[in-house]
Design a protein around this ligand. Sequence first.
Ligand code: NAD
Ligand code: WQD
Length: 339
Amino acid sequence: MMIFVTGGAGYIGSHTCVELLNAGMDVTVFDNFSNSQAEALERVKSITGKQLRSVEGDIRDGVALKKALADSGATSVIHFAGLKAVGESEVDPLRYYDNNVVGTMRLLESMRELNIKQLVFSSSATVYGVPQFLPYTEKHPLSATNTYGQTKLAVENMLRDVYRSDASWRLAILRYFNPVGAHPTGLIGEDPQGVPNNLMPYVAQVAVGRREFLNVWGNDYPTPDGTGVRDYIHVVDLAAGHVKAVQFLERNAGCNAINLGAGVGHSVLDLVHAFESASGKPVPVKVGPRRSGDLDAYWADPSLARDLLGWSAERGMEAMCLDTWKWQQSNPNGYKGGI
Ligand code: NAD
Ligand code: WQD
């Protein structure tokens, strides 16, 4: 079975390619490499000992996209391609609507023309907005507090509308919580350009000595230690969830939104302490003001993923930190530094 993976060279995409290949599926990646390196795909091949096809292209280019999709012979699509930096989305909203919403529309048009109607979409817990109850279940009301979140919500709504118009589509909307970690080989991982926005890559760069200390964005939240609480999910578990979602779509029509989280909340300081133990390195912190737009605490109810997909997270905070540390040490400057 051939799977067409948009954005397959990125952080979550590359880990998912490994799991798909290991599950005996074939893979064609379609990526414009705007936020990734082709080297990641070479490493996917060396981890798995298998080949994959890769086409360089932009999902907004409907002609190139349709050709690549047709040539691939794929029967299923996993759609990772998009932009994901919340701050950047506030500065340049049209670029985010263009990549994430228009890009997805082009993809759905190509799929419809080729009669390929199976899609797994990367959504985000950000579509739940301010928690009205916790843990978030898939029935929690949806809202978005920033442009990035609006684009995810717009695509979710587009998918629901497409399904309502034609019930032969098979759509899985996966709402990721906070993906962290790296492949245990240390060969692939998250490679943020510039100063990392997200907690785990920042902590890793402090531990390796690239940055002096971590700014903790607020310690006056109504949480056990005052710092923000999130549901961190190991990227290898997340990747395995995509294999389960593809297998689920093989058996079931429908349009289902499904949380992929561990179901456990960890604070910023929990993560810092776990990273210090895993790495044996100190991670100095300085407490600063709250970051604008941050929520105090949220985590997933992952029971629907267990019931529908037969999936649950297996790797805890220790593995998340150990694997991030291995990746960071082996690739102190990301893919560009070589190995
Ligand atoms: P990433 O930036 O590492 O990967 C995205 C990939 O898509 C990159 O390889 C990039 O080059 C490619 N891409 C971007 N725009 C494209 C376009 N127009 N045409 C073709 N390729 C394009 O990001 P990631 O962390 O792997 O995230 C993958 C998906 O999951 C994204 O849609 C993101 O919004 C979503 N998501 C990520 C997180 C997270 O915290 N990492 C959380 C929730 C949801
Ligand atoms: C986690 C915690 C920060 C950095 C973002 C997106 C979300 C999703 C995942 C895509 C918070 C604190 C962080 C730092 C800190 N992405 N922190 N110092 O904000 O939960 O989620 O990524 O869909 O949409 O918003 O993740 O890793 O940035 O922050 O104290 O230098 O760490 O305040 O409590 P976040 P994060």
